[in-house]
Design a protein around this ligand. Structure first.
Ligand code: ZN
Length: 499
């Protein structure tokens, strides 16, 4: 057991040890039905309402593979530069778990559908090629809910419930090869890889890739070895890390913890570990099973999968523009630097800006709103940009109102506030809050006269030819109209009055 006080500071750990990481990512596919039966895959249904004899594993029921799931897996494999097997089989992975109704899981073992690919990620200007060992297809388990305890974990719970709606949902597992040689960047590489993979999967349309709903789940392997060692260290597997930030923190913590274990002359135990969101630590779970513990054998109830080569080529030809290629294109189209592009990507703003541009705004304007006012709002409320209650069309409309001179930037921020607060679309907010710029002379005259009357000394300066002083009077007009005056027209009116 490691307590938090025994961690080796990160930089010090890296001065003595080299980390190797590996990532196993589970993706729930967005098929309409389950992997081996016709039950719906809809999230959030009444517990145990989307089940049938096949996914409950009742005696005599027989599975049939879902063609769409196989197609999606091939799409993922091709997008990750993998080879697609000409012939492969499902395998039975035997273990007892209460949320697995059959007491075995249909998975793939030594004959995965896709193998040996790669995904490039860019971290701090450096391109790291992450090797992909395999992309295989399996079925998800059900979900256990531990009730009556404080934490929702099994420890301390009074009883447990199980929901089999998720059992049998097609799940793709993407396993990387070990990633070595990234040194202090290892946590960042892990996070960027999962981000890139998520964006890739989203662009392929194969999953909604929502980490918070569990449709993208990550196991993070980390090991440490002294610099120059001939062999890699013993790895730990931190299970079900469920946010991008947690992926980075989990690797970082394991580096600091394993360095302390090795410094003390002890051995790192090969085990699964749990990640704790509250303090970013990991604690020991069960000792890691070996493959032979699962007694894998070819699934006798399913025929082998032999994807026709023409079909595979059709799928390849239908792949959309992938995120990396899209970024390269947008970089040129939007005139961005690499750093600016990375910022947009990290903020999850690329699609939003793209949609805002499609709705009529320039790229520069779209970027200004999303990365400025709206990013501030997202940060302040702890939300993702994409989850803010405002659409790209609405942002484009606010921008159009500024371009038309109906509002200025300052008023636009109030309009955005109004839309975010649920007061309606931008035009409705402008009308309801009375935010349109006043450029009508009749409406401005009163404020102009009041500003002139209030500052005889400034008026005297302007009459002496110091026209720069007019700014102070314009400021008075702006104040009197709560920022709604057309500043240029107010300036003209003041100068006309005093000439
Ligand atoms: Zn079913």
């Amino acid at each position: 057991m490691t307590d938090l006080a025994q961690l080796v500071p990160y930089d010090e750990a890296l001065s003595r040890y080299e980390p190797v990481i590996g990532l196993e990512t589970h993706v729930e596919l967005g098929t309409t039905t389950k992997m081996f039966c016709g039950c719906p895959t809809t999230f959030g249904l009444e517990p145990n309402s989307a089940v049938c004899p096949v996914c409950l594993g009742l005696p005599g029921s027989l599975p049939v593979a879902n063609r769409a799931a196989i197609e999606y897996t091939i799409r993922i494999g091709l997008a990750l530069n993998c080879s697609v097997a000409t012939w492969c089989r499902f395998a039975r992975k035997n273990y007892f778990y209460p949320d697995m109704p059959k007491d075995f899981q249909i998975s793939q073992y030594d004959e995965p559908l896709c193998t040996d690919g790669w995904l490039d990620v860019v971290v701090e200007g450096r391109t790291v090629r992450v090797g992909i060992e395999r992309v295989h297809l399996e079925e998800d388990t059900g979900k256990s809910l531990h009730m009556g305890g404080a934490t929702g974990r099994i420890h301390g719970a009074e009883y447990s419930l199980v929901d089999y709606n998720r059992a049998g949902i097609p799940l793709v597992e993407v396993v990387t090869k070990p990633v070595a040689g990234t040194g202090a960047l290892a946590p960042d590489v892990a996070r960027t890889y999962v981000t890139e993979l998520r964006d890739l999967l989203r662009s392929l349309g194969v999953s909604d890739v929502r980490m918070e709903e569990g449709s993208l789940r990550c196991d993070v392997n980390t090991s440490l070895a002294p610099h120059g060692a001939a062999e890699w260290g013993t790895r730990t597997e931190t299970k079900n890390v469920n946010s991008l930030r947690s992926v980075e923190r989990a690797v970082r913590f394991e580096i600091e913890r394993q360095a302390a274990v090795l410094d003390a002359g002890q051995k790192v135990v090969q085990e699964t570990r749990h990640f704790h969101e509250d303090n970013g630590s990991t604690t020991a779970g069960r000792s890691k099973e070996e493959a032979q513990d699962y007694r894998y054998f070819p699934e006798p109830d399913l025929v082998p999968v032999a994807p026709d080569r023409d079909w595979v080529e059709q799928i390849r030809a239908s792949l959309p523009e992938l995120p990396a290629a899209r970024r390269t294109r947008l970089l040129a189209e939007w005139g961005l630097s690499d750093l600016e592009m990375t910022q947009l990507q990290n903020a999850g703003a690329l699609d939003l800006i793209g949609a805002t541009v499609a709705a009529g705004a320039s790229a520069a304007d779209a970027r200004k709103w999303w990365m400025g006012e709206l990013a501030r709002h997202a940060n302040a409320t702890g939300t993702e940009l994409a989850d803010l209650p405002i659409s790209a069309t609405e942002v484009a409309r606010v921008n159009a109102l500024v371009k038309a001179g109906t509002i200025n930037d300052k008023l636009a921020r109030q309009v955005l506030d109004g839309v975010l607060a649920g007061e309606g679309d931008p035009d409705a907010v402008v009308a309801a809050r009375g935010l349109a710029i006043v450029s009508d002379d009749a409406a401005l005259t009163e404020a102009v006269d009041a500003a002139i009357a209030a500052s005889p000394d400034i008026v005297a300066k302007i009459r002496d030819g110091k026209t720069a002083a007019v700014g102070a009077l314009v400021g008075g007009v702006m104040k009197a109209t709560r920022g709604r005056a057309d500043a240029n027209r107010a300036r003209e009116l003041i100068l006309e009055r005093l000439s």
